[in-house]
Write a protein that binds this ligand. Structure first.
Ligand code: UDX
Ligand code: UDX
Length: 426
């Protein structure tokens, strides 16, 4: 099929590449010309394992990028929308981009004869598709949803760092339709016909809520294991063994039980804040979700407490390994590592920094720190080392006798831990 993907960021570009790999003809649309040019030069504008290689395969064959949304809508049958839906300062979801794109699509549909299916992938609060997207498209196109164009809400569940594999092997596909719109449903299901995972058909609001409930549950599971970790630390009990014992219970499961300096990224904090804001607006106080955020906000400062315990907050050279919110990505959005750096800038320490892929982004925020091209150089320049993101290479360094404080549980069971090692909450 001919498919356009509007907004090719971390989610949109992976979705577009996956669709091209499935032999669809894909047009990536973005307002960011630099991104568009990079993609057309077979170069990924973001770091995501396997994405560069896949773009080499499909760009020029059945994937291209453009800033011309009108041309894309006129020449494709389906449009996936994955523009950003960030948080406003109070936590409320910011739908400016979504509204703008909905209006642009409506204007093109005004002159398009054939049926067009819109698939919303951006994370939106329940009710957004019905109350915002559909009315804007109808108003600007003069057409009627279901009769003249289709709308589906199909949230994404991609994890950065494994987004390609998650998009090709999802646990489930959720397809939310309006008023049992069979036509739209069958068109989208045809794209996923060779996927061997459950396809759950819901209404629009259920699909929107499945995304929020899933993300806020996962975030709550992390704040839970971090809280258990903080208690275990005080009890000198190994949290990782406790997590292993918990995970053997099928009702709990082994995933998302790695304690650390807290979750970051562009999704968990944003989605928690948006759901808390909406619930509060509706007159309900989401105490558990607030507590999840509160535990997470404090977690990075456990690193500072540990440094204080080791008397390493005064006149020390501190090595920092990892700047991103998790390993295998260049995304620094809501990264706990940046919270640690901000706190250390208030102390009497000198910082030495390395990250495999994201230093260029952090240099624009903290230009005056000592950035090192090699992780070992940071170790060699420092009195102690903080590991703040999960990069496998950090388990292969020669830490000599230096104190290593691990905020991300990077040393798996098989890895040889540094001589002088401490986990943030294990
Ligand atoms: C986005 C949403 O933020 C998130 O809620 C959803 O779950 C998945 O899609 P992400 O891909 O991380 O997440 O967003 P981002 O990396 O910021 O990419 C958004 C892209 O949309 C950017 O490339 C931006 O240039 C583009 N965009 C934004 C447009 O093309 N048009 C617009 O009008 C606005
Ligand atoms: C998350 C959801 O997993 C995904 O389904 C959704 O589509 C987008 O948000 P992402 O934020 O990209 O994906 O990465 P994820 O692997 O979920 O990690 C989120 C944060 O939790 C990272 O900071 C990571 O370091 C942390 N984490 C994850 C832990 O601290 N411990 C764990 O066991 C797992």
């Amino acid at each position: 099929m001919n498919i356009s993907v509007i907004g090719v960021g971390y989610v949109g570009l992976v979705t577009a590449a996956m669709l091209a790999k499935l032999n669809h003809n894909v047009i990536c649309i973005d307002i960011n010309k630099e991104k568009v040019d990079k993609i057309n030069n077979k170069e990924s504008p973001l770091y995501e394992p396997g994405l560069n290689e896949l773009l080499q395969e499909v760009v020029g064959k059945n994937l291209k990028a453009s800033t011309d949304l009108k041309d894309a809508i006129l020449n494709t049958e389906i449009s996936f929308i994955s523009v950003d839906t960030p948080s406003r300062k109070e936590g409320e979801i910011y739908t400016y981009s979504l509204k703008k794109v909905s209006e642009q699509i409506g204007n093109v549909l005004k002159e398009k004869k054939d049926y067009h299916l819109i698939v919303l992938k951006s994370t939106v609060i329940p009710g957004t598709t019905e109350d915002i997207v559909i009315p804007i498209v109808e108003e600007n196109s003069g057409k009627k949803v279901i009769k003249d164009f289709g709308i589906i809400m199909s949230p994404e569940f991609l994890r950065e760092g494994s987004a390609l594999q998650d998009s090709l092997n999802p646990d489930r596909i959720v397809i939310g339709v309006k008023d049992n719109d069979k036509k739209s449903l069958e068109i989208l299901k045809s794209i996923y016909k060779n996927f061997n995972c459950p396809i759950l058909e819901t209404n629009l609001e259920e699909a929107e809520m499945i995304k929020y409930a899933s993300n806020t549950f996962l975030a709550t599971k992390l704040s839970f294991i971090n809280e258990i970790g903080n208690i275990c630390k005080k009890l000198s009990v190994n949290t990782n063994t406790v997590a292993k014992g918990m995970g053997l219970d099928k009702r709990i499961g082994p995933h998302f039980l790695k304690a650390g300096i807290g979750f970051g990224g562009s999704c968990f904090p944003k989605d928690l804040n948006a759901l808390i804001y909406k619930a509060t607006e509706l007159g309900f106080n989401p105490r558990l979700l607030r507590a999840t955020l509160e535990v997470n906000k404090e977690q990075p400062f456990r690193i500072i407490e540990l440094m204080d315990k080791h008397n390493t907050l005064k006149n020390k050279k501190v090595g920092i390994l990892g700047l991103t919110f998790k390993g295998e990505t260049d995304d620094i959005r809501e990264s706990s590592a940046l919270e640690v750096i901000k706190a250390l800038l208030l102390e009497d320490v000198e910082l030495f920094i390395h990250d495999p892929v994201a230093m260029h982004k952090v240099k624009t925020i903290f230009p005056h720190l000592n950035y090192k091209d090699k992780a070992q150089e940071v170790v060699d320049s420092s009195d102690l080392v903080l590991i703040l993101s999960e990069w496998p290479e950090f388990t292969k360094l020669d830490y000599k006798d230096k104190l290593v404080i691990d905020g991300k549980n990077v040393f798996g069971n098989g890895d040889k831990k540094p001589k002088n090692y401490e986990g943030i909450c294990w």
